[in-house]
Design a protein around this ligand. Sequence first.
Ligand SMILES: *Cc1c(COP(=O)(O)O)cnc(C)c1O
Length: 361
Amino acid sequence: MGPINVIQASLPPFEEYIEEIKSLWDSRIITNMGVKHQRLEQELCKYLDCSNVTLFSNGHLALETALMGLERKGEIITTPFTFASTPHAIVRAGHIPVFCDIDPIDYTIDVNKIEELITEKTCAIVPVHVYGHMCDVQKIQVIADKYNLKVIYDAAHAFGVRYCGKSAVTFGDVSMISFHATKIFNTIEGGALCYTNEKQFSYYYKAKNFGITGTETVEEVGGNAKLNEFQAAMGLCNLRYIDQNIEKRRLLVERYRYNLKSRSDIKLPPVQEFVVSNYAYFPILIDNSAFTRDQLYLELKNHGVHTRKYFYPLATDFGCYKKQYDSTNTSVAKYVAEHVLTLPLYADLTLEQVDFICSKI
Ligand SMILES: *Cc1c(COP(=O)(O)O)cnc(C)c1O
């Protein structure tokens, strides 16, 4: 069996993409919120069951924009168990990250540890739906309301996830979602802000296009974070296959669970109540004394199976943050970062490959 990567980008049939981009040669309008961009926004509103979806050139700039748009600058409570983008967006938008520990079961922010971190400088909470696991959105909203804080979700992993019948991206004030090549739905690079209060539209729209509001009017010190027509076309094609890709992932995840269920030395990801999963990742926790996560990582690599220490290291151990923060303050996050391994998972992985991976584990 050839090497198996941890992730493989989903692509539509080649001819279908070529067909989708043909009209761009007629119109010569290849960016600046053209027809593909508009159509993708409409189709994503429908698919994600959310009244407002504003596209961006990537998820990170979407998150940065949402954070720059907050009325107050200040401290923002988030977790260190996330991708570099989350704390970086907070800092680059002029705020100060304050790191909260995570829940030992689903690895999302520990809602029982948020309140002790709130000061008069706190302006927002940025929880992360890690691996598509839903944060405790209800408890987070109760805390936010009590202290008058904004809630901006990093929902980069949560495309298509539903909780109690509601789309994951409709909780809080706004959710950032990523369409990067490695995510379950991609526009090559891309992302969006999803929100239910349409008043936010005006700022987001201006912020991603230099603050331009008309041919002779500029109203905001905006940047440039526009998704172009070729990316939007990729999104339109990929959206046609998303349901069947999620179904393929579901079968692969079931196979992993079946193969590994008797392994008391490996902790499998939780199945959350009232949550419709998108099967974005399959993280296992190596929770025993016989072998370490790093040993398993190397052993699998020797067999051509490429897994990922995701997320490792913790954000508080990054060179750019470790002087200001002490990662032992978030001991659960530290433990999980040192013991977790995500196994290969993508729509075109085969059940035979899953069996092979499990036999090597
Ligand atoms: C992918 C990702 C991002 C950033 O999204 P991009 O589209 O790559 O900019 C942010 N947060 C998390 C948790 C991610 O996985």
